[in-house]
Design a protein around this ligand. Structure first.
Ligand SMILES: Cc1cc2nc3c(=O)[nH]c(=O)nc-3n(C[C@H](O)[C@H](O)[C@H](O)COP(=O)(O)OP(=O)(O)OC[C@H]3O[C@@H](n4cnc5c(N)ncnc54)[C@H](O)[C@@H]3O)c2cc1C
Length: 419
């Protein structure tokens, strides 16, 4: 008997969906390229209320209440200092071992069967699909969920132009002086007074930084998104310049982070017989880069749709897959995805002064609006209202940047109507 579902991958998306499918009482197998217990390389951040809403706050390794951003000379309504915005919402960093074990334990309890190998080919039949690994293993299931990351092995998506990458270079270590205030988390420090006027014409980058306790800090120079991405060397040099300008030297490097992932991937083809989840299904928030909150929220709905499809007598695998895709990417989410991609396309064109002014204005919105925007939890109408508010309250320079249609922006906006 083939399993109900075969999940390809062993990252956050694979574990989240496997756990949710098992919760539905389905038989689930998973194919991992490496040991599924091997520690993940990435660190995952998330807003406090997102984990609280799931009752998973115990999975955080760090949590900050003093959360802020600094937009330099752009004066911000409600700012605690010129340019500084206190966010008033907790931010957390997952303890990645705890997060991984949380899902792995659910998988063990539900009876998940692991296979090892690199998925290489897929064959679709009416009532099942068969994955062949590079090593020659054949695995059949009534449905295959591809959670193999941003460059999926099976999920197909259209090519609609350059894909922007969020790139960052970070250091966990000790410093000659605190790079951020003790106990603080800084989402975006966009100050650029350490750069020459010529350098300020280059793509803007910001500092993402936090106090990890015990005299250890994490500082990361980040480019929101760009195609092609900002090179690591540039980010590293900018981080060193930024720290030196504030009189801070790195004393000891405990870990270096090289981060690069696609931000504005188009939606996958929703008619294909293999279903995607996570990076494979373009679930990264195209404006903020976050995904884990979305995995936690959306896995149960996708799993419920798959279970309902598989329990419908005689329903072919292709039809189950269509039901699953429709549950993962319903019209409202597709429209929001279109709006976010349009927004990011705009922001990528903004020079630094305009970008700082934009973000200062963004975080001056009521908390519920900017938080809902960044976590993709606002209903479509409220998202549109937030974007209109941003436009109306923006300084003129920003407003013109938002109106001026360039490149594929109009085509992306068109997807709001025809996603
Ligand atoms: C450094 C870094 C920091 C990030 N920080 C955050 C953050 O703070 N918050 C956030 O929400 N997002 C963050 N992201 C973005 C995104 O959430 C991550 O990239 C996330 O890991 C994607 O999860 P995934 O499970 O879809 O894919 P992956 O984590 O890439 O996992 C893919 C899995 O599939 C397996 N696989 C791949 N190909 C095959 C194959 N052919 N056969 C079998 N298995 C295969 C891989 O071995 C792996 O187990 C970050 C990304 C990076 C790179």
């Amino acid at each position: 008997m083939p399993a109900d579902v075969l999940v390809v991958g062993a990252g956050p998306a694979a574990l989240a969906i496997a756990a949710a499918l098992l919760e539905q009482g389905l038989t689930v197998e998973a194919l991992a390229a490496a040991d599924p217990e091997a520690p993940w390389a990435n660190t995952y951040g998330i807003w406090g209320p997102e984990v609280d809403a799931q009752g998973l706050e115990a999975l955080l390794g760090h949590r900050w209440s003093d959360t802020r951003s600094d937009f330099g000379a752009a004066l911000t309504p409600g700012a605690v200092e010129p340019g500084v915005v206190a966010h008033g919402i907790d931010y957390g960093l997952f303890d990645k071992t705890r997060l991984q074990q949380h899902w792995l334990e659910q998988c063990r309890a539900g009876g998940l069967r692991w296979h090892r190998g690199l998925a290489a080919a897929i064959r679709h039949g009416a009532l099942q699909s068969t994955v062949t690994t590079q090593e020659g293993l054949e695995l059949s299931a009534r449905l295959v969920v591809d959670a193999s990351g941003h460059q999926p092995v099976f999920v197909q998506r259209p090519d609609d132009g350059p894909v922007a990458g969020q790139a960052a270079y970070g250091v966990v270590g000790t410093f000659s002086a605190p790079p951020v205030q003790p106990g603080q988390f800084v989402l975006m420090d966009y100050r650029c007074d350490h750069l020459t006027p010529e350098e300020r014409l280059e793509p803007p980058t910001f500092l993402y930084a936090m106090d990890l306790g015990g005299g250890v800090f994490f500082v990361e120079e980040t480019s929101l998104a760009l195609a092609p991405p900002v090179p690591y060397d540039t980010l590293k040099q900018r981080l060193q310049r930024r720290l030196a300008h504030r009189g801070v030297q790195v004393l000891d490097v405990q870990h270096e982070e090289f981060c690069l992932f696609p931000m504005n991937l188009p939606l996958p083809d929703l008619g294909q017989q293999v279903v995607g989840f996570g990076g494979a299904a373009s679930m990264v928030h195209p404006a903020s880069g976050y995904m884990v909150g979305s995995l936690l929220r959306r896995a149960p709905d996708l799993a419920a749709a798959i279970a309902a499809g598989l329990r419908t007598p005689g329903l072919e695998s292709a039809s189950v897959a269509r039901l699953a895709w429709a549950a993962l990417w319903p019209l409202e989410l597709r429209r929001k995805h279109a709006l976010y991609r349009f927004g990011l396309e705009k922001l990528m064109r903004f020079p630094e002064a305009q970008l700082r002014a934009f973000f200062a204005n963004f975080f001056a919105m009521p908390t519920a609006q900017w938080y809902g925007f960044l976590t993709n939890t606002l209903p479509l109408q409220q998202l549109i209202a937030a974007m209109l508010r941003l436009f109306v309250t923006a300084p003129w320079g920003v407003r013109w940047g938002l109106i001026e249609p360039r490149g594929r922006e109009l085509a992306l906006l068109g997807r709001l109507l025809w996603p």
